[in-house]
Design a binder for this molecule. Structure first.
Ligand SMILES: Cc1ncc(COP(=O)(O)OP(=O)(O)O)c(N)n1
Ligand SMILES: Cc1nc(C(=O)O)sc1CCOP(=O)(O)O
Ligand SMILES: [Mg+2]
Length: 213
């Protein structure tokens, strides 16, 4: 296994595990403890949940991971991230604009609060940086069965073309081999659903991903 770099310099984890309400939360604490502090982080993503349910899930993930120092971000909802005391928010095209979120977070969140932005090409990464994003979720790199309605896969070459502006978190169909390729192309890290949660042993699977980034 290659040495795992921690995400400490940017605060952005090398491996983001996206957590949904249906996932086995009892594994989250052990997943958080893998690798150096800050190498593994979580994004709480609950598209069908009520605000109260998303807050409760975020609070539970924070409680399970705080001891390991793993960053926990909330998908879509800055208000919930702030209310829960989470470490950041991830925003896409249908969510609060990044510049608005950055302005609110700078007033209301502790220093280091992360704002991530979904980007699908280099121009979008440049715009996200100008708006105050800390990292770009860049994808879909490959075909994914975890989310419908996405554009065609961008491929690892697109990661290389978009690199060097913000830390890139490659997403979409990422397993260990693609994770290695994305990082070699210039990505800071990866975000995953299926290559952890749909594996027979999510801890082994996450270790393999960490070994690749
Ligand atoms: C790290 C990361 N990158 C991209 C996304 C996608 O966010 P978005 O475009 O807002 O879509 P939803 O996840 O809200 O369906 C992400 N969540 N994380
Ligand atoms: C939530 C999400 N957003 C994407 C994007 O490209 O915007 S791809 C994706 C799903 C990622 O799941 P998996 O690791 O199972 O492919
Ligand atoms: Mg979103």
């Amino acid at each position: 296994m290659s040495a795992v770099r921690s995400g400490a310099a940017t605060g952005v984890p090398r491996l983001t595990i996206i957590v949904a309400p249906s996932d086995p939360l009892e594994l989250v604490g052990d997943l958080a403890a893998l690798g150096p502090t800050g190498a593994v982080g979580f994004q709480v993503r609950a598209k069908e949940a009520t605000t109260a349910e998303l807050l409760a899930l975020t609070t539970a993930v924070l409680a399970a991971t705080r001891g390991a120092g793993a960053p926990v971000l909330v998908n879509d909802r800055l208000d919930v991230a702030l209310a829960a005391g989470a470490d950041g928010v991830h925003l896409g095209a249908d969510d609060l604009p990044v510049a608005r979120a950055r302005a609110i977070a700078d007033r209301a969140a502790p220093p280091g609060f992360l704002v991530g932005a979904t980007c699908r090409d280099r121009d979008a990464v440049v715009a996200a940086r100008a708006a105050g994003a800390d990292y770009a979720g860049f994808g879909p790199v490959a075909v994914t069965t975890s989310k419908p309605g996405l554009p065609d896969p961008l491929g690892v070459d697109a990661v290389g073309r978009a690199a060097g502006v913000l830390p890139l978190v490659a997403i979409g169909g990422i397993g260990p081999d693609l994770a290695r390729g994305a990082v070699a192309a210039g990505a800071h890290g990866v975000a995953v659903i299926g290559s952890v949660w749909r594996q027979p042993d999510p801890l082994d699977a996450a270790e393999a991903l960490l070994g690749a980034v």
